[in-house]
Design a protein around this ligand. Structure first.
Ligand code: NI
Length: 252
């Protein structure tokens, strides 16, 4: 099983990161995509990947950090990926929930990162919050040239089909296990398993039965189990197919 979106470098794990990794191995989670989102965490991801063999690092700039200095930030990222092995660009994207102050800068920085991914033949990890139309409009300009994943997808089933048409995977996380999460469950039920990835986004969005506590990568198994239940498949089938999807996308 693969957790395709994890922030195990966060301070929340400083006291027991070794144990978190041990628990991953115990539950057969043998690969974890460690997702950077700014100058500092992109470096953290590299550092940790040297220490833990199940970690695969990425680098990107989260839309939350888009501001007037976007050019400088982008050039720094560009240099960084020249000198470091990364498995994806991101997370990047649009987030109008946190801030609409730098909407234009967010869009420009997102497109810069899409182009960087294309130039380097890398997948994109896309963060989208309260910005689904603009995210789609930007991505659709690059149809046929991009590969990547809509991480912790929270949009409608109808839009999920549109993102799949652009060549993207849909990744589901903890929210699919929440009782009241109608739309993620509808997405899980209806889209083909061949288009799905699973993730935790830990330390956030903890799945049931640990909802409210700190999330960690080994909990991706609860996401896998829930999707299996919804789709009427075995957990093993969901595990095997989503794992194959992730291996193909990230080339890991
Ligand atoms: Ni994240």
């Amino acid at each position: 099983m693969i957790d395709t979106h994890s922030h195990l470098f966060e301070e929340d794990f400083d006291i027991d990161r070794d144990d978190c990794v041990k628990r991953c191995k115990e539950f057969n989670i043998n690969k974890v995509i460690i997702v950077g989102f700014d100058y500092y965490t992109n470096r953290k991801a590299q550092e940790m990947a040297k220490k833990y063999d199940i970690f695969y690092p990425t680098a990107g700039i989260h839309p939350e950090y888009a501001n007037k200095d976007y050019n400088e930030k982008f050039n720094e990222l560009k240099d960084f990926i020249k000198n470091n092995k990364v498995y994806a660009i991101g997370e990047c994207g649009l987030d109008y929930y946190w801030s609409v102050e730098f909407k234009e800068e967010q869009k420009i920085l997102f497109e810069m990162q899409i182009n960087l991914a294309i130039e380097n033949d890398l997948p994109i990890i896309i963060h989208c919050r309260d910005a689904i139309k603009d995210t789609y409009d930007i991505l659709s300009k690059y149809k046929g040239r991009i590969k990547g994943v809509m991480h912790c997808y929270s949009g409608s089933l109808e839009m999920a089909y549109e993102f799949i048409k652009l060549g993207l995977y849909i990744s589901l996380g903890g929210p699919v296990t929440f009782k009241n999460a109608k739309e993620p469950k509808r997405v899980a039920e209806n889209i083909s398993i061949d288009n799905l990835l699973i993730e935790t986004d830990c330390p956030f969005l903890t799945p049931v039965p640990y909802r409210g506590k700190r999330n960690e990568s080994s909990y991706v198994r609860f996401v896998c189990d829930e999707i299996a239940k919804i789709k009427g498949m075995t957990s093993k089938e969901v595990e095997d197919i989503t794992e194959a999807n992730a291996i193909k996308l990230f080339r890991i």
